[in-house]
Design a protein. Structure first.
Length: 186
């Protein structure tokens, strides 16, 4: 492991391990390592509910975290609906498969999920795009809206709604927004 990757992992782990208070306007939860800029800060703050909530957990911000790309896992999850067992074989391919990004650093496990399942082929396409952005780069940053946190023994699991992935190789938004310049044709 290179010294830079070791320092990155320790720094990101220590930031959350201390559970340091984060100001209501702060949407960069980890150091940005030159990947994020003022425009990304504005992207995170765009949905903040002013005068409500003291930090990213309850103010509507789209918070950013930067990670060692070797810690980011991308896969498709199957969403099983109890009704699907009784439905006919002609069930729509547009349901039941979500891309998911999972990052485990220290005692924290961050899971970024899409808003709903769009189907297996969509999920595979999304995985291809996200992996292309992560390829051959040491750092990537993920933006998402906080949903919940669960403590289990030594681990803390946090669930996020995925919004955006950015690395020096590319930038991708789930919902393209021209004003933020984060959607590229892949």
């Amino acid at each position: 492991m290179s010294v830079a990757h070791l320092l990155l992992s320790l720094l990101a782990t220590n930031l959350f391990a201390q559970d340091a208070p984060i100001s209501g306007d702060d949407v960069f939860l980890t150091p940005t390592f030159g990947v994020l800029d003022e425009r990304d800060l504005a992207y995170g703050r765009k949905d903040i509910a002013r005068h409500y909530g003291k930090d990213f957990r309850d103010n509507g911000a789209t918070a950013w975290q930067c990670f060692d790309t070797r810690k980011i896992r991308i896969y498709c999850t199957s969403v099983e609906d109890s009704e699907s067992e009784s439905e006919s074989e002609s069930e729509s391919e547009s349901e039941g498969s979500d891309p998911e990004l999972k990052v485990e650093v220290g005692r924290y496990s961050d899971t970024y999920m899409y808003r709903r399942g769009y189907g297996e082929s969509y999920c595979r396409d999304q995985m291809w795009i996200l992996r292309k952005i992560l390829k051959n780069t040491p750092i990537a940053c993920i933006a998402g809206s906080f949903v919940s946190q669960e403590r289990q023994a030594e681990k803390v699991g946090r669930l996020w709604v995925f919004s955006r992935l950015k690395s020096p190789r590319g930038d991708y938004c789930v919902f393209p927004e021209d004003e933020w310049g984060c959607h590229s044709s892949w």
